[in-house]
Design a protein around this ligand. Structure first.
Ligand code: KG4
Ligand code: ZN
Length: 339
């Protein structure tokens, strides 16, 4: 058996953040260091995979060094690394690094699913949280509604049919002239806007109430912008942002209480970069309050990609002895669910 207070060194490189963390007992962060590439990708309007891989190679040693900091390498009981889903070249940088660390230190290697990581960020913020619960994962690449039956055991109940929620935020922000990733910008502008100013149509998917579709909303915004002049957009930017955000958040939250009832769950966990959105957080609080559902959300700095969440998920793998070997490879389309 592995010890309960095991210290895990975790590495995350699946997209555009190079991140390393030391985490104890799966829930206590000893250190967390993240280097973001966003300022570079911004110039291209999105993440350029080749540039991402190269920047991970340049930064990973420095980031891990900084995360280990004053701790000694002998204190590390296991190495966890994101092995999918994500950009293949970017994932491989973290995996190769993690393998060599695990081999050199002669400790177990843990291959973590990125979405399991996002969900597990909640174990850090909410020390008493335990499955089962419903999880709504909203990030730049994924929008997933699932049941966490147990640690590492997930069942899918819904997902996006097209764009992810974060993508809808980023594409909307881009149409309004803001740099990638614009989710946070929309959130900030919306704070001073009227969410009822423009009535964007909310997509509903017939016969699949827990699925989502976000591709229509950005087209509606594009058509709206095309009909107005630049001055008008500038003057009404807060209202446009608030209305656009409200439509996305409504689509995300419309069926949350229905899902809780259907699957007999009294706990809901929010996760992913969009979980940092202030309006989504307040809507979720209101809905969960009205329906007697306990709501769990990660603290804001753990919503976005970070290695601490990978360590939290890796810990659950260590406890179940789900150890990877040196054949661990990048899985760009890795599945989360039990078959
Ligand atoms: O989870 P994450 O860091 O990366 C992926 O795994 O995709 O999520 C990044 C996404 C981006 O689309 C970003 O615009 C969005 O999260 N995001 C937000 C906010 N903060 C980050 N979207 C809306 N409101 C925010 N405050
Ligand atoms: Zn992510």
């Amino acid at each position: 058996m592995h010890k309960k207070d095991a210290v895990i060194l975790a590495v995350e490189t699946s997209c555009d953040e190079t991140s390393a963390s030391l985490i104890k007992g799966g829930r206590d962060i000893l250190s967390l260091v993240t280097s973001s590439q966003i300022s570079v990708h911004k110039e291209y309007g999105g993440v350029v995979p080749e540039v991402a891989s190269r920047m991970h190679i340049e930064t990973i040693t420095k980031v891990v060094d900084a995360a280990v900091g004053k701790f000694s390498l002998q204190q590390i009981d296991a190495i966890a690394v994101t092995c999918g889903p994500g950009l293949v070249g970017a994932l491989l940088v973290g995996i190769s690094f993690a393998k060599s660390m695990a081999y050199t230190l002669d400790v177990p290697l843990l291959g973590v699913h990125h979405i399991d990581g996002h969900i597990s960020s909640n174990y850090i913020t909410n020390k008493k949280l335990k499955p089962p619960f419903l999880a709504l994962v909203v990030s730049g690449g994924h929008t997933i509604f699932c049941l966490a039956h147990d640690y590492l055991k997930y069942g899918l109940i819904g997902q996006t049919r097209d764009d992810a929620a974060g993508e809808a935020f980023d594409k909307g922000a881009r149409l309004l002239g803001f740099a990638y990733p614009g989710g946070n910008m929309i959130d900030n502008l919306a704070k001073n806007g009227d969410s009822n100013a423009i009535n964007f149509t909310r997509s509903i998917i017939k016969d699949a109430p827990f699925d989502f579709s976000f591709s229509g909303i950005k087209t509606q915004l594009r058509h709206y912008i095309e009909k107005k002049d630049k001055e008008y957009i500038k003057k009404n930017i807060n209202d446009i942002a608030a209305s656009y955000q409200a439509a996305i958040v409504d689509m995300l939250t419309n069926n949350v209480s229905k899902a809780a009832k259907k699957y007999n769950m009294d706990k809901i966990v929010l996760a992913g970069g969009v979980a940092a959105n202030s309006y989504l957080r307040s809507r979720m609080r209101a809905i969960c309050n009205e329906n007697n559902i306990k709501l769990y959300m990660p603290q804001s700095n753990l919503c976005m990609d970070n290695a601490a969440m990978i360590g939290a998920a890796g810990y659950n793998m260590l406890m179940q002895n789900k150890i990877a070997d040196m054949t661990l490879n990048a899985m760009p389309n890795m599945e989360l669910y039990d078959k």
